[in-house]
Design a binder for this molecule. Sequence first.
Ligand code: AP5
Ligand code: MG
Length: 192
Amino acid sequence: MRNIILCGAPGCGKGTQSEFIVEKYGLTHLSTGDIMRAEVKSGSELGKLIFSYTGVGHLVPDDVTIRLLEQHLDSLPKDTKGVIFDGFPRTLAQAKELESLMDRRPDDSTAVLIDINVPEDEIIRRLIERGKTSGRADDNLETIKERLEVYHDQTRPVDAYYDSLGKYARINGLGTIPEIFSRICEVLDKLY
Ligand code: AP5
Ligand code: MG
């Protein structure tokens, strides 16, 4: 599988753009945020642990996150063309773990990290707007600010790491959804 990573601040459009990428390139969407929300909804003990972090905008510990991701990767059909990692890796430790996981799987690799760049005022506007109907516990101003801080402190270093591997592309995340998708296509058309 030739995989890609979609990265960027909360609300930058990772989920929205993934749907278009799935349709055009036939990749499989794997969002750790979606996986975690499903686990919370199930009411399991693991879900309760996860919610103690997601509910306040903090990252779920790396070991829990990596285990969940590996389980989902292992459950994919053998003929999967590639995966869109949406919202993973989010720490340097997760990034290094992902790369060593790829090394251990001879047919698997990460091709590029696409960083969707959106200014903070627009992020806050989008997430407050979505919070009116999303039902997401983390779409309120206080938690959005916390998520942004966590993004700057813990997730930004992942960009530099992928840049050092020669697998980093930054795109402008402002504009209409089709405009942003065409910028992503410019990157992906070279790969698929
Ligand atoms: P996660 O679910 O990944 O949330 P997030 O990163 O905060 O991002 P969002 O899903 O809110 O936004 P998005 O970038 O997908 O944007 P979207 O397309 O929805 O993570 C949630 C939590 O889970 C984390 O805080 C953490 O606790 C935990 N977690 C997840 N992964 C983890 C990990 N790897 N390690 C540890 N913990 C982890 O768009 C947002 C809104 O904007 C939508 O309403 C959309 O319609 C709108 N929009 C999109 N594009 C545009 C546009 N071009 N113009 C105007 N509006 C737009
Ligand atoms: Mg999302």
